[in-house]
Design a protein. Structure first.
Length: 211
């Protein structure tokens, strides 16, 4: 059976409930207002990174923490809507960022992410691990480390060479784990893989053990 839009939206809705995410799809009329507000807030906080990512929301999805216990706003890019699998991978990626916010404290997380290239490397590598685990489960394929590093080395993330090397090591670990049919130790990756096994077992193309 094929991974349909219906399944992808069910997955996203369940993840949203589990994580208290507010998903804003590209055709949502409030999106423009949210982006303008977020850009203003990012500028005021001097968060150049977040501010510079925001104009490119056709290509890049973003997870914006709303504050303690209020969950996160996920602004889904137009690119993420290009197929049900890409949408699902994106939700797992952004769901990981929300989990990081809960773990580190929302403000602390946003601050670290905005100012530290190393923190960005770690958080993005973890989010990509969830993304890759979903991709493998649904397609049986795992991307090579270089294609992930190409995305991380692009203008979106403003990473130093050292941070990129750190992210490279972490992504390589995730890829090797997947090649050995073990889900990377990222809670959203496990949640996502388990959801697919539970609700759409006939869509599983690649097996990953989650414990
Ligand atoms: Zn990310």
């Amino acid at each position: 059976m094929e991974w349909t839009w219906e399944l992808a939206h069910r997955f996203a809705n369940d993840l949203a409930i589990d994580r208290n995410l507010h998903i804003v799809l590209p055709d949502n009329p409030i999106r423009k207002a949210v982006i303008a507000g977020a850009r203003f807030a990012a500028d005021r906080a001097g968060m150049l990174i977040v501010g510079s990512v925001l104009p490119d929301l056709s290509r890049v999805s973003v997870c914006l923490p709303l504050g303690h216990n209020d969950g996160s706003l996920v602004l889904v890019s137009e690119y993420a809507m290009s197929s049900p699998i890409i949408f699902t991978k994106t939700m797992a990626h952004e769901g990981t960022h929300d989990h990081q916010s809960d773990r580190n404290g929302h403000l602390r997380n946003a601050w670290d992410y905005g100012i530290s290239s190393e923190a960005r490397a770690q958080r993005e590598a973890e989010a990509y691990a969830a993304d890759l685990a979903v991709e493998f489960t649904l397609t049986g394929q795992v991307r090579d480390v270089h294609s992930v590093l190409q995305a991380l080395g692009g203008p979106t993330y403003h990473m130093s060479q050292g941070s990129l090397a750190l992210a490279g090591g972490l992504v390589k670990g995730a890829v090797e784990s997947i090649q050995n049919n073990v889900c990377p130790p990222v809670s959203t990756a496990k949640w996502s893989v388990e959801w697919i096994h539970k609700y759409a077992p006939e869509c599983v193309r690649g097996e990953l053990v989650t414990r």
